[in-house]
Design a protein around this ligand. Structure first.
Ligand code: UDP
Ligand code: MG
Length: 309
């Protein structure tokens, strides 16, 4: 059986036609399937819509989270509830084309554990979005030791082995494409052109994007902490050279200007470096704090899926 997991946050406009498309596509594959619609605390009529869709087709299931937990957690909930041997992750706004699913399944059946869809083109997305994404992925790849594929979202197919491995990762800061890359196994890309949204606006505000970027970095790299150490070290050396030079200037060159500019510069400079270091440590401590609380990742308010393996 194949499970398709769709995270949904305020998608009432495009959802019915998208689910229709997807449903027909899945029917064509000639395999048992289920489509899991995860309502991530939508504030529009998405939940009602989802429930009425579920009444029409037995392959449709839903999970209604108790509030908006964010895209990555909604997908994680869907993965936990999926009972397929293969699980497809995709967006519900039409940007990930259902037409690609047969290719994903086909490629997986050649013997891969993960087949991810790599976008060769991104339609109708702002220049800022593409530019910030490209810079972010470059930095991320520089500072992490695992290889997280570039130009790849969460659109992919994973098998049971990967699903079970993901379930063993209890971390609160979810960055699924990184976590899946970290797992290893046999992974391969296939290429596609990412489309524009069917309807509505992106739900990924800059605030959410920055949050995801910070989670990605802190989850997979300790490099920022090391940066604090290195910059502290560099400053200390610079400071030491400055002391030597001041002594040299005073006793050998006999030019000594009692000036506050140098004092101010060092105070501001060192103050900045210290704050930077503290901030970086704070980022990690905040995440440690989140994880030691051991809160559940999400809460389900209502669902028509009875098992919870
Ligand atoms: N989404 C979600 N919770 C959120 C934000 C988004 O479940 O808090 C869903 C959204 O409904 C869509 C997918 O995640 O199916 C991707 O979101 P979006 O299209 O807004 O992001 P973008 O494609 O612009 O990166
Ligand atoms: Mg989208």
């Amino acid at each position: 059986m194949i499970s398709v997991v769709l995270p949904i946050y305020n998608e009432e406009k495009g959802l019915p036609s998208f689910v229709d498309d997807l449903y027909n596509q899945m029917k064509n594959i000639n395999q048992k399937f289920e489509i899991i619609l995860v309502n991530d605390g939508s504030t529009d009529q998405s939940l009602q819509l989802i429930q009425s869709l579920c009444a029409n087709y037995s392959e449709l299931k839903f999970i209604g989270l108790s509030r908006n937990f964010g895209h990555q957690i909604a997908v994680s909930a869907g993965i936990d509830y999926a009972s397929g041997d293969q699980v497809i992750l995709m967006d519900a706004d039409g940007q990930d084309p259902p037409e690609l699913i047969p290719d994903l399944v086909h490629k997986m059946n050649e013997g891969y554990d993960v087949v991810y869809a790599k976008r060769i083109k991104r339609a109708n997305e702002s220049f800022m979005k593409k530019w910030t994404a490209s810079i972010f992925y470059k930095i991320l790849n520089k500072i992490t030791s695992i290889e997280i594929p570039v130009d790849t979202g969460d659109f992919r197919i994973i098998n049971r082995k990967v699903v079970n491995a993901l379930k063993q990762m209890p971390e609160k800061q979810r960055y699924l494409r990184g976590q899946i890359a970290w797992l290893g196994f046999k992974q391969t890309p296939i290429e596609y052109e990412r489309k524009g949204r069917n309807a509505g606006e992106t739900n990924y505000t800059y605030k959410k994007m920055i949050g995801l970027a910070f989670d990605a970095i802190t989850s997979f790299s300790n490099w920022p902490l090391r940066l604090a150490t290195i910059s502290g070290f560099v400053c200390a050396i610079l400071g030491f050279i400055l002391i030597l030079y001041t002594l040299y200037a005073k006793f050998i060159l006999k030019i000594y200007e009692p000036g506050w500019p140098s004092l101010m510069i060092s105070i501001v400079f060192l103050g900045g470096i210290q704050l930077l270091g503290i901030g970086m440590i704070g980022e990690y401590i905040a995440r440690i704090n989140d994880n030691v609380k051991k809160r559940p990742l999400y809460l389900v308010d209502d669902t028509n899926i009875d098992i919870h393996a």
